[in-house]
Design a protein around this ligand. Sequence first.
Ligand SMILES: [Zn+2]
Length: 269
Amino acid sequence: MKGWFVGLALVVVVVASGVGLWITWDSTQISSADPIGPTVGLVSPPTSSTRPTTTSTTVPPPPSCEAADDPVDGDPMTDWATLVVDPAHRLPEGFAPTDLVEATEAGFEARDQVRAIIVDDLAAMRAAAEANGTPIVVISGYRSESYQQELFDRQVEQSGEQDATLRTARAGHSEHQLGTAIDVLDPGVGELTPAFADTPAGRWVAEHAHEYGFVMSYPDGAQDRTCYAFEPWHLRYVGRDAAAAIHDAEVTPREWMWAARATAADAPG
Ligand SMILES: [Zn+2]
């Protein structure tokens, strides 16, 4: 009889503390609601070793996709996680990262170059995809401004200027010039088409790339916000914390980065 009573008391205590925890958690969810405008969950860029703090703020929508040559808002060497590089914003003329290494450093056969800062997570993503039985191959990494110019000119010849701007960045406007963007494919399907999304590797990448700090810059059905057609193969490295935040926020990387830069500009000091 006594044992039964102690057992019941324990159950009551456990349930009560569970409810308390739930209420605490739930109130943080409610406090992020903002009746004035859209909210985007933000995480500070992974430049410090401390855990980033999550905040919530009202942010301006990203600029239009209209072609312009405004300078990017930041230093491409240090602000790689939050720098918006799009049709309206261009990198400094002739910019090239100073720490490029071959993708072979991450275990790939490709000798395309990437920045050294992404190698560890790129290697981890490669190994995880392979362990899952859905290996990926890298087919593009860093591109110089002049090479991007060649690609754009070729695309214009193929499909006309208007279509080209939806598929290929103009020189100075490519995330590939950052050295933190890569194109990946399934080894069995060697073409850059949206069909990659339906390959085993494409499905794995869509589900898991963010766990290794990579985000899909140009997701499906978001052309008005990303400025480009669906590119399931194009991944940009933003670090694991930012990638998780973008994934959770359910916004495109461009929108998240624009908000992150606006917040950084507003921050005192
Ligand atoms: Zn790409």
